[in-house]
Design a protein around this ligand. Structure first.
Ligand code: R5P
Length: 274
């Protein structure tokens, strides 16, 4: 029996803290025996693994340029890609969306590429903090959003993988921490004020937990989490946010996703397309 105790997700302790400790067994239908015991897993992780495996199996094809997202769920997708790469020789080039993604790609022995050499991406796979009925997303809860959005915009197809707790009718229903917004550090204060004047709600500077001061993104910027009340028109909100000088990118991923894969605690997967 193989014990799996990987921890590529230290930057994503938010998820681990939410998770209840449990022991989960995963059965391979093909070989009909226990493949792995996931220690420190929970019902959410079973869903993440199921969603990641199915999304990779259905969408990653040999010879592709693949965008690799960030977060705790993407770890399982990269693991699956690496397993398939060993047996199928997929010959992929993987483009990272963060420091974490770059490390994952290298740790799993996959070919690391960049937008400089591969500006057109076949398929991108990523996680999300919340997914609405129209597969619009809030992302950036783990501090990554700008490179993720660039990679998603360069990809012919974006697939989202998540456990079913992320599945929601309207943005803000289940994700209560607000919309993450990446801002230039020197502008964070006026940006906070402008957001609250223009859109109401609260624009909170995200503070680090193991460092004094704010969270600093992979791009050297700060993050503001905009906590809002009942938004109707997300396109308009996204435009209003981007019109504020100092705002670099938002964690609103609107009309970008081809399909979202939600894994349930019993290992089933629900696929939502538009
Ligand atoms: O900032 C982080 C990224 O946008 C993640 O993709 C998002 O937070 C989802 O992460 P997880 O898979 O850990 O729920």
């Amino acid at each position: 029996m193989l014990e799996l105790q990987e921890n590529h997700g230290t930057a994503f302790d938010k998820t681990n803290q939410e998770d209840e400790k449990a022991k989960v067994q995963i059965t391979s239908p093909a070989e009909n025996h226990i493949l792995a015991t996931v220690i420190m897993a929970d019902a959410g992780q079973v869903g993440k693994i199921a969603a990641a495996n199915q999304a990779v199996d259905e969408n990653v094809k040999p010879g592709q340029i693949v965008g690799i997202g960030s977060g705790s769920t993407i770890v399982f997708a990269v693991k699956r890609i690496a397993e398939r790469n060993q047996s199928e020789k997929l010959n992929l080039i993987c483009i990272p969306t963060s420091f974490q993604a770059r490390q994952l790609i290298q740790d799993y022995g996959l070919a690391l590429g960049s937008l400089e050499t591969s500006p057109e991406i076949d398929v991108a796979i990523d996680g999300a903090d919340e997914v609405d009925a129209n597969i619009n997303l809030i992302k950036g809860g783990g501090g990554c959003l700008m490179q993720e959005k660039i990679i998603a915009s360069c990809a012919k197809e974006l697939f989202i993988i998540a456990d079913d707790r992320k599945d929601s009718v309207a943005l803000g229903t289940s994700w209560k921490k607000g919309v993450p917004i990446e801002v230039l550090p020197m502008a964070y204060r006026p940006v906070q004020l402008r957001i609250e004047q223009v859109l109401g709600g609260q624009a909170k500077l995200r503070m680090a937990s193991n460092k004094a001061g704010p969270v600093v993104t992979d791009n050297g910027n700060f993050l503001i989490d905009w906590v809002f009340d009942g938004v109707q028109n997300w396109e308009q909100v996204d435009m209003q946010l981007k019109n504020i000088p100092g705002v670099i990118e938002t964690g609103l991923f609107l009309n970008m996703t081809k399909a979202a894969y939600f894994g349930t605690p019993d290992g089933k997967v629900i696929v939502r397309t538009k």
